[in-house]
Design a protein around this ligand. Sequence first.
Ligand code: ZN
Length: 477
Amino acid sequence: MFYPVEDSIGPHSKNSLLKLNCINFCKENMKSPSSNVEDIVALVKQRLKPYLQSSYMASELVFSGNFFVDGRFRNLEVGVSDGMIDSIGKSLRGERRINIEGPVLPAGTDIHVHFRDPGETEKEDFKTGTISALFGGNTTVFDMPNNHIPITDSVSFEDKLSRVRSKAFCDFGLYSMFIGNNAELIDQRSSGIKIYLGGSTNSIGLSKIDDKQVEKLDSNNKPVIFHAESQECLDRYRTAYVGTLRDHNLARPEECENLAVEYINKLKIKKKIAAHLSSPKSVSIGSASVIKEVTPHHIFLNDEMPLGSWGKVNPPLRSRSVMNELFELYLAGKFDIISSDHAPHTQAEKEEFNYAASGIIGVETRIPILLALFSKKILDINIVVRTAITNPANIMDLRKGRIALGYYADFLNFDKGEIKRIDDSRLHSKTKISPFNGFEAIFPKNVIMRGQFLVEDHELIEDHLGLHTKDLKAANP
Ligand SMILES: [Zn+2]
């Protein structure tokens, strides 16, 4: 571990910590034959910056509270300067002090949302989407590129970025979409690349990707996230009429997902994410190199529930027994990340089941549902933090998702006793109908981004302060 948290890691113990980190760092890095000395010196300087900056000065702001640090809650003080954590200890010096009541977690990152902006802002826009995200305890979201006009090159990327950046209430990144032949055109500011192996909203499924295009995609060194349903398989099961959630499940069976995961296994891409897995078999098939994503709807909802078209989603909700198996796998830590796949549609588009658009809202309920399960001792907090907070930030190379030196001071804070039933009319998305209506949840009381309260005592108190993640000053360590 590079930044150990001991009883006092403030200005007082920094010299010993510096020494320890140097020793650990050199041990870890000198072994590698490819490391050259200049690189190591640069890296040491970068990693020690937080200590050096604050050795002789107080932090701008000191938060005291019950912080989740290195796997457990501890009563600590966290010093913040310029939006980043610059000291952690029992007793710190600070220009301004704020006490936070109740447990404090790093704020969440949701790497899979569809905010429909630009093009379909009647469903959602970047303002309502990012406000929803904040009320759900997230300070960073990554938005999918299947806009009405998909984001496939620099022109469409720039157009989207310029339209959404002034509306963002939390930090955000944007994906680009690979449509079979545009690997060279992907905008370098993209946070990741989305590939639909099976068709869904505003997208056509790609059955196979040309080897040269795969090579080019991988050379971008960006995460590639796959909608994992095989189009050839979906075509085999296509039926003329789908009237219930069970029909929809049968029309897009688990087999199609399993085939897609086998295909993803073989692709020579460094960072591959299999999105919204809905079949337990996909988890065992998926190789260790595949990052496995699950959604709250696949572990908490099933095709026997009376949700009508509001439960229609791709891949479909499965049977009750499959849902239970997926939840067991989640509890056992078999999924790397949990994302909302927040995908709003208007009431009119959900009217008749057979023609209804697929998608469920969830950016505001993802973490609150998990917090209620933690409070009821059903779910280990380490699983929640790893899958909803730390791993998603890490995958996106953000200095977020941990309460540690050199990380952004992004926190969410909640009251363990404040379990409420979700009332979807009170959610902040433009789409007001959630299949999680009535589920137990704990909504964060306070949400803090870069040291600033954005949600205070369940009220939004700040205007759009969200930044494009590429404009955040610090990269991941
Ligand atoms: Zn999606």
